[in-house]
Design a protein. Structure first.
Length: 256
């Protein structure tokens, strides 16, 4: 598996694993409306980006038979998307809906801005879609933007434990990388007995993400090194008259 470099990465679900791992590897520049959501299909993603998420959770309904420890299960009845993390059990649904929609509209605007300011964008998902469905999605999605390179990275659950991967080049701007493996958590898939069931096969997700790199990491590293150099130079300059006292500086403090 070769290294892949992107200017921007974001998740289109389904559920939590893509966003969780983007964040876990320090690649998450901002939140996306579809982070932590369930139930959306690829056509819904296209619809949301075409319409600027204008009807995202505009019409909602609580699912009373499902309830988390802290939050309600709430469905977007128009788009079929389920939120399990955003609506607190003890709060009024309609009041929370207003602030939720405001937050999601802001998140969408940031995602769109990041995409438009990038040359190469990686879209992370874990869907049971065929390669043809992923290709059709990517073509339709790319048509919403101008002259941007897109790669969709899909992690697909299969009974096989070993990682297999396939790369499909659609054209000079569009490509698919699909990884397939058994995406079951090492402690089992039962949410009643394993609180980490939702993480999936973390060992294999780690292998996949070890080959993903973002230019934002490079910028952050350069900025960090520059700040450390400036701090070191400043301390050295100020302490130069004290000779050997400079050796007592704990340089590690400059890298915090």
């Amino acid at each position: 598996m070769k290294k892949q470099k992107y200017d921007y990465l974001f998740s289109i679900g389904q559920a939590c694993r893509p966003a969780h791992n983007i964040e876990r590897f320090g690649l998450r520049q901002n939140a996306s409306p579809l982070d932590w959501m369930m139930g959306d299909d690829l056509s819904t993603v296209i619809h949301l980006f075409k319409t600027g998420v204008e009807d995202f959770f505009l019409n909602v309904k609580e699912i009373p038979e499902e309830k988390g420890i802290h939050n309600k299960y709430v469905v977007d009845t128009k788009n079929g998307i389920i939120s399990i993390h955003h609506f607190a059990n003890q709060k009024n649904l309609e009041i929370e809906q207003q602030s939720f929609r405001k937050t999601m509209l802001n998140r969408y605007a940031k995602v769109r801005n990041f995409i438009n300011s990038s040359k190469h964008v990686g879209i992370i998902c874990n869907r049971d879609s065929s390669l043809k469905e992923l290709e059709d999605f990517l073509i339709n999605f790319s048509n919403l933007f101008s002259n941007i390179e897109f790669t969709i990275i899909n992690i697909k659950d299969t009974p096989v434990n070993d990682i297999n991967h396939e790369e499909i080049v659609i054209n000079s701007k569009l490509s698919i990388i699909q990884y397939t493996f058994n995406d079951t958590n090492c402690d089992g898939p039962d949410k009643n007995t394993n609180p980490n069931y939702w993480i999936g096969n973390q060992k294999n997700w780690d292998k996949v993400f070890s080959n993903i790199w973002s230019t934002s990491n490079e910028i952050n590293m350069i900025s960090h090194k520059k700040r450390a150099y400036i701090a070191l130079h400043t301390v050295s300059t100020h302490l130069a008259p004290f000779g050997s006292r400079r050796r007592n500086i704990d340089i590690k403090l400059l890298h915090k």
